[in-house]
Design a protein around this ligand. Structure first.
Ligand SMILES: C[S@@+](CC[C@H](N)C(=O)[O-])C[C@H]1O[C@@H](n2cnc3c(N)ncnc32)[C@H](O)[C@@H]1O
Length: 327
């Protein structure tokens, strides 16, 4: 699988740095649009990854607990006869361990490939897994889930691809369509795909999950500004000029996270030769988190050539997991 980078990647402000070049491209595409947007991958420097891990433990953030409940109940069904498990956007793999227990117990040639863009978190996770699962081959890959190129590791037909945490909801409709098409292109008949997705529920609970009382999600959101200020050449970007906001967009069935300017702000990016003034109250959209009806995703996946499906939810009906196989 391509899309890997040297594990020693650091952030500098030269344009040869891959992170700098990628962020400059994302700024060109999103920051000058209306409204300004930035992709969620820029949350996840080392601090952002640790903050996300904290979010999964706050009382209001039900998705992690609900998805873990499904994985515990269905681990055997999900792993099935897979010999290689590839996890996209793996993070700490905390929930994944119930699946790795089954994988490691089932066969001696089993392999786990966690893939993530957050380098430090990925290698720390891989080191921990190597200790916990001495019989399992662990092959971490630094990569961008939006630009994967095949072939996937493992025997065609023997792979299980995991995409957990509701991260699929962070794509726009067209990005999700492109993502499923890309996956279908690099997966082989018989390979399985498990996708965790959050379900539509009361706006109050949804907003609270993205705006916890302790302010962890607010810090996670504001941290993106620090990542940007450190990764590209810029002036006028100061986190104290922004506040976190989570809103429910009923029309699009999604939570949106915004960084809203608390006063007029002028931000310039000399290497882009461009700048933008944000009026007081104007926002930058940093994340969308689409919420689905239980069978919507499985229908969509069927249209991409994934069949043989199962959809499970936790007992409270808060979160779903779709398991499909390439036809
Ligand atoms: C919402 S967290 C979910 C983590 C974990 N899968 C879970 O279920 O708790 C999203 C994860 O995807 C990673 N990520 C975000 N954008 C990515 C991208 N473009 N390519 C690869 N990984 C990405 C982040 O570093 C983070 O670990």
């Amino acid at each position: 699988m391509t899309g890997t980078e040297n594990p020693t990647t650091t952030t500098t402000t030269t344009t040869t740095d891959p992170d700098t070049a990628a962020l400059e491209s994302d700024l060109r595409e999103g920051f000058f649009a209306d409204p300004p947007t930035l992709p969620p991958r820029w949350f996840y420097d080392e601090k952002g990854s640790l903050l996300f891990d904290q979010i999964t433990r706050v009382a209001e953030y039900y998705p992690t607990r609900a998805e873990a409940e499904i994985l515990r109940a269905r681990a055997g069904d999900i792993v099935g006869a897979a010999s290689t498990v590839v996890e996209l956007g793996a993070g700490t793999c905390e929930k994944t361990r119930v699946l790795l227990d089954v994988l490691a117990a089932g066969r001696s040639d089993a392999r786990f490939v966690p893939l993530d863009i957050s380098t430090e978190m990925l290698f720390e996770t891989a080191r921990a897994l190597e200790q916990e699962y001495p019989g399992l081959r662990i092959d971490p890959v630094i990569g961008d889930i939006t630009a994967l190129e095949g072939p996937l590791p493992g025997e065609p037909g023997g792979r299980l691809v995991l995409f957990l945490g509701g991260t699929v909801g962070n794509f726009s409709e067209s990005q999700r369509d492109g993502f499923f098409r890309m996956l279908r292109g690099i997966m082989a008949p018989g390979d399985q795909l498990a996708v965790g997705f959050d379900l539509v529920k009361s706006p109050d609970r949804l907003v609270a999950a993205y705006d916890d009382a302790a302010g962890v999600t607010a810090e996670f959101n504001l941290n993106m500004l620090d990542v940007i200020a450190r990764t590209v050449d810029c002036t006028g970007l100061d986190r104290r000029d922004f506040r976190h906001e989570a809103v429910w967009n009923a029309e699009e069935s999604r939570i949106e996270m915004w960084l809203r300017a608390v006063r007029e702000v002028r931000i310039d990016f000399p290497t882009l030769g461009r700048g933008r003034t944000l009026a007081a109250g104007e926002g930058i959209r940093t994340e969308i988190a689409r919420k689905f009806e239980p069978h919507a995703l499985i229908d969509e996946l069927a249209g991409h050539g994934f069949g043989g499906q199962a959809v499970w939810t936790d007992a409270a009906g808060d979160f779903g997991l779709a398991l499909v196989v390439v036809d």
